[in-house]
Design a protein around this ligand. Structure first.
Ligand code: NAD
Length: 239
């Protein structure tokens, strides 16, 4: 089950997991069939579920539909996320709540709903999509930084409780990747240049750069990896 699977990193990770042999439940509030079609072309099954993940009732409904269709969830990738850019002094409650509800609250409650099934079977892989702003505060994105800090801590908190029951909970912290989420940054010549200058790989990441990390954390190769934040950032954090 991959959330925010219609575009960007979620679409690429869904395809990477399907290439590695997984059937995929694509969760998104936008209806797009392209990724599901590509997964079927790879010979895997795809189920598309549409709705707003920031609503608890939708989360529970998604898990019920998935269990009805596939009988179990082996892998959950909590990827759906949004960002709102406004200086802190003018930041609205609406923007604060929208970002926290999806990026942070939905990660916890979808993990909880899926883990009820995983705990019964003593097996599961949960991969949360964090950010470099799980480590630092960013500029004019206060609710995003707060929400991604929460993703990092939720990852560790859940790993501490569930590792002993066979559920690995880890996170990937992507660097600066070319998706809709970063369009405004890439269109700002000064920010774009400053960001690229700090990346040792000397380029922004592509969604496909996420495939190897997510397949690793979703597979038995990572069975003794728990509560870890894996940066996929072209070396940004090493600088
Ligand atoms: P994106 O905007 O391209 O994709 C986000 C997806 O989430 C979209 O398919 C969108 O329809 C879906 N979505 C949004 N709100 C939703 C809701 N309420 N319910 C269900 N689905 C919803 O963004 P992206 O860059 O691919 O980001 C994916 C994740 O990676 C996010 O959590 C983001 O914070 C994180 N991230 C991205 C970058 C980057 O540089 N792009 C860096 C670090 C972390």
């Amino acid at each position: 089950m991959v959330t925010g699977a219609s575009t960007g990193l979620g679409a690429a990770m869904s395809l990477g997991l399907a290439e590695a042999g997984a059937d995929i439940v694509l969760v998104d509030h936008r209806e797009r069939t392209a990724v599901a079609d590509q997964i079927r072309d790879l010979g895997r099954k795809a189920l598309s579920l549409h709705g707003d993940l920031s609503k608890l009732e939708t989360i529970n409904q998604f898990v019920e539909e998935t269990l009805t269709h596939f009988g179990k969830v082996d892998i959950l990738v909590n990827n759906a996320g949004i960002i709102r850019r406004t200086p802190a002094i003018d930041f609205s409650e609406t923007d604060w709540d929208a970002v926290m509800d999806l990026n942070s609250k939905a990660v916890f409650f979808l993990s909880q709903a899926v883990a009820r099934d995983m705990l019964k079977r003593g097996y599961g892989k949960i991969v949360n999509i964090a950010s470099l702003l799980s480590f630092s505060g960013g500029i004019t994105v206060p609710s995003y930084a707060a929400s991604k800090g929460a993703v990092a801590q939720t990852t560790k908190a859940l790993a501490n409780e569930w590792a002993q029951h066979g559920i690995c909970v880890n996170a990937i912290a992507p660097g600066y990747m070319v998706t809709d989420n970063t369009q405004a940054l890439r269109e700002n010549p000064e920010r774009n240049q400053a960001i690229t200058a700090r990346i040792p790989a000397n380029r922004w990441g592509n969604p496909e750069d996420m495939k190897g990390a997510v397949v690793f954390l979703a597979s038995p190769a990572s069975d003794y990896v728990n509560g870890h934040l894996l940066t996929v950032d072209g070396g940004w954090m090493a600088r």
